[in-house]
Design a protein around this ligand. Sequence first.
Ligand SMILES: Cc1cc2nc3c(=O)[nH]c(=O)nc-3n(C[C@H](O)[C@H](O)[C@H](O)COP(=O)(O)OP(=O)(O)OC[C@H]3O[C@@H](n4cnc5c(N)ncnc54)[C@H](O)[C@@H]3O)c2cc1C
Ligand code: SF4
Ligand code: SF4
Ligand code: SF4
Length: 376
Amino acid sequence: MKTFFDLVQQVQKPGLCHRCGGCVTFCTAINFGALGQDEDGKPVFADMEKCIECGICYMICPEIDELDKEAAELVKWELPMGRMLETTVVRCADPLVRARATDGGAVTALLLHLFDTGRIDGAIVTRQTGLFVREPWLATTRREIAEAAGFFFDSSHGMSMYSEKYSTFAPSVQALGPLARRKSGKGRIAFVGTPCQIKTIRKMETLHIVPTDAIRYVFGLFCSGNFSFGAKERERLEKLGKFEWSWVRKINVKDHLMIHLDNGDIRAIPLEELDFMKRFACRFCDDYSAEYADVSFGGIGAEEGWTTVVSRSPLGRACLAHARDEGAIEVYASQDNPKFASEATQIIVEHSQKKRQKAADFRKTLEKTPPVSIKS
Ligand SMILES: Cc1cc2nc3c(=O)[nH]c(=O)nc-3n(C[C@H](O)[C@H](O)[C@H](O)COP(=O)(O)OP(=O)(O)OC[C@H]3O[C@@H](n4cnc5c(N)ncnc54)[C@H](O)[C@@H]3O)c2cc1C
Ligand code: SF4
Ligand code: SF4
Ligand code: SF4
């Protein structure tokens, strides 16, 4: 049976670990202290003697292909980029949510709708804990779900810690930990995460690992990569985009890094210019549009202030239809541009193919070079 020892050799040493946190959160011997995390959030053996060699951590790692077939069957994955039942462009009907949201606030609108109609008791989202820091958390009230919208920089509460390292990634799988250990009574939840996190969740589902029984909806965010910026990178970004961080209201990733400033200006920096702050492991990732989710969300293909939404499972499609019928979301006025949804689909296909090709090319270089770095 392969164990965490093999994850270190096969995933961490070549620099392929995304820090999704799946292995450490769902380690069977976590309560006995087998695994822990170092100061950078990298999973490590805390006490190898406590490992019972069950192999769970190895099987659910998104970088290991052991359960790929089962996970693909579970979601009825198909070429070229997963199952796609419908593509729409929508936004939240509530302007207050939209004002805070990353794009059109569609994720938050659907979460609030599910909560209001009693379908979920909470949602795993992220919240701002510092000026450049977001952390995963289980939101269990309407207000908490609404406040989690966006990639917002609220500097109004004295949060001005410019020395902190900011990352667009939040290890949301780890927020399932208390549920797994049944420390939270919240029975039915929705999970929001990046494609790599969604894949971990689906792999856990194939093994019926607790608390996947509690996850009723899986919402995926399109993802071209995770960017982290410490002081040096922030300085370089300021020069590239000709702005100062103190002017920043929110940031977003689309086909460019979009820096929204307080005065309403948007600085768009091409993603190709941001390799200096892209996480190494993301170069090898081939899922752009969260192909294993019930519903996937992104900004590309939609006008500013709207979200492109792909329904992938009947459950996801029903959720979207219900939210639309109840007035929780507005659908883009197709009479203005009837081809908008099909054009959005085409744009997603192009971005997905590009990411898949780049990942395959990077993998080839990895095969040629011996693993040198365990830093990601
Ligand atoms: C790392 C990253 C890369 C992305 N790359 C792209 C891209 O290349 N192209 C593209 O079109 N879209 C990308 N997106 C998705 C896009 O930024 C929006 O999240 C998406 O369009 C939904 O917008 P919304 O207004 O409907 O969501 P909102 O209503 O604003 O809700 C967003 C939800 O996501 C949660 N969230 C925020 N950050 C994270 C995070 N890091 N991890 C997990 N959950 C989080 C929030 O708490 C909130 O619940 C990316 C998102 C992330 C987190
Ligand atoms: S106990 Fe199981 S899940 Fe935990 S480290 Fe060992 S093999 Fe991995
Ligand atoms: S990718 Fe996730 S599951 Fe795999 S080693 Fe890294 S943190 Fe663990
Ligand atoms: S590119 Fe996005 S989905 Fe892929 S590993 Fe990086 S953060 Fe995860």
